[in-house]
Design a protein around this ligand. Structure first.
Ligand SMILES: Nc1ncnc2c1ncn2[C@@H]1O[C@H](COP(=O)(O)OP(=O)(O)OP(=O)(O)O)[C@@H](O)[C@H]1O
Ligand SMILES: [Mg+2]
Length: 361
């Protein structure tokens, strides 16, 4: 994996997948058993943390208990003997940004969890290092403060041209802050891509979890009607298709009028109908041929959607909303150009040839 200078890279993954471990390997707190760590073209694999010229915000703050907030924030600058005037300027700027002005004389034991987290963040931001590693730095803040700090960190990163590697399991943080997102599963790179690409073209059925609710996956076998729509590698063995909840349409079964460019995925029975305010989430169980029967889909529809539990619907979508995945690997399969050209369709040529690079795992 390469992180570009000035980049904001988010590492996203479930608890225990190895995010903190990866940061500790980069920082030198953990020894690598295989491979190398290179910073600014220098191999630092054997260097201790202090020689790697980076700052780190730990998941558990790691503040010095005997130092007050001022002492904790300035610790790095003092030990590197940065000029007093610079120290004062950076301290007051950081304290203002992080809302710590009234707390500078307090010890960590006299702070709330969120306040400690902000002190740890402040210490990294004043350090003057270009590379900053952050391990879930906002996890202990309330929703309002977290939203403010997201914007603030992003602003500081741009202003100081910092390279930030930022661990989170909050996909909103990853999507809103990052230039690229590394999606990690069981210690491996599942996908490394810009947020919009991760959303637009999940490389695997696991990467589909970006988005809320996540992308639907419908497994089908070769004798299902769905296989006739699939790219040729999936026609003989079946596979999986993915559709985002907002790209599904649910039509009342009696009056269903499927538009010419739409594709029927099957009939379904509504199981759950939840109004979230701006939209409605509908879960339904598919009936249809073979393997498809019994699988669930989730649709995001308008609040006015009139059908309710136990009602029968036809589930439709558009061809370009469908993502295809191989049955064994769960990897994305791009539709080939010829399969996009349907008799009677007039799709622009540029869209027909879109392919998405596969990440190297
Ligand atoms: N010192 C260690 N020795 C052995 N295994 C460890 C050690 N530290 C962590 N692990 C294991 O390595 C895996 C990855 O841990 P890590 O802390 O990197 O996860 P994480 O992605 O940061 O999770 P979280 O989101 O919960 O912080 C876990 O299964 C964990 O139990
Ligand atoms: Mg962790």
């Amino acid at each position: 994996m390469d992180v570009r200078s000035g980049e904001f890279l988010a590492i996203l993954g479930a608890s225990g997948c190895g995010k903190s471990t990866l940061l500790r390997l980069i920082s030198g707190l953990e020894l690598v058993t295989e491979g190398t760590v290179t910073i600014n073209d220098t191999d630092v694999t054997a260097d201790p943390p202090a020689k790697r010229q980076l700052a780190m915000v730990f998941q558990n703050y790691a503040l010095f208990p005997h130092l007050d907030v001022r002492g904790n924030i300035l610790f790095g600058l003092r030990s590197r003997r940065v000029a007093k005037q610079t120290q004062r300027e950076r301290l007051s700027e950081t304290a203002r940004l992080l809302g710590l002005g009234d707390l500078l004389g307090r010890k960590p034991s006299e702070l709330s969890g969120g306040q400690r987290q902000r002190v740890a963040l402040g210490r990294a931001l004043v350090s003057g290092q270009q590379l900053v590693l952050m391990d879930e730095p906002l996890s202990n803040l309330d929703a309002k403060l977290r939203a403010e700090m997201r914007t603030e960190i992003k602003r500081i990163q741009r202003a100081l041209d910092l390279t930030i590697i930022y661990v989170t399991h909050d996909q909103v943080e990853a999507m809103t802050m990052a230039d690229r997102v590394l999606m990690m599963v069981d210690g491996r790179i599942e996908q490394l891509a810009a947020p919009d690409e991760l959303y637009r073209a999940p490389a695997t059925t696991v990467a589909r979890f970006i988005g809320s609710p996540p992308m639907n996956i419908i497994n089908f076998d070769s004798d299902s009607e769905l296989s006739s729509l699939a790219p040729s590698p999936l026609r003989d063995h079946g596979g999986a298709l993915g559709v985002r909840p907002e790209r599904l349409r649910l039509l009342p079964i009696a009056t269903a009028s499927v538009a010419g460019h739409e594709i029927e995925l099957g009939n379904a029975t509504i199981l759950v109908n939840e109004l979230l305010g701006a939209d409605r989430i509908i879960a339904a169980e598919l009936s249809g041929s073979g393997k498809v029967t019994g699988q669930h889909v989730v649709a995001r529809v308008a609040p006015e959607f009139a059908l309710d539990m136990d009602d029968q619907v036809v589930v439709v979508t558009e061809r370009e909303a469908i993502h295809w995945y191989a049955p064994d690997t769960g990897r994305r399969v791009e539709p080939t150009t010829d399969q996009h050209i349907e008799p009677g369709t007039r799709r622009p040529v540029a869209q027909q040839t879109t392919t998405v690079p596969q990440p190297s795992a």
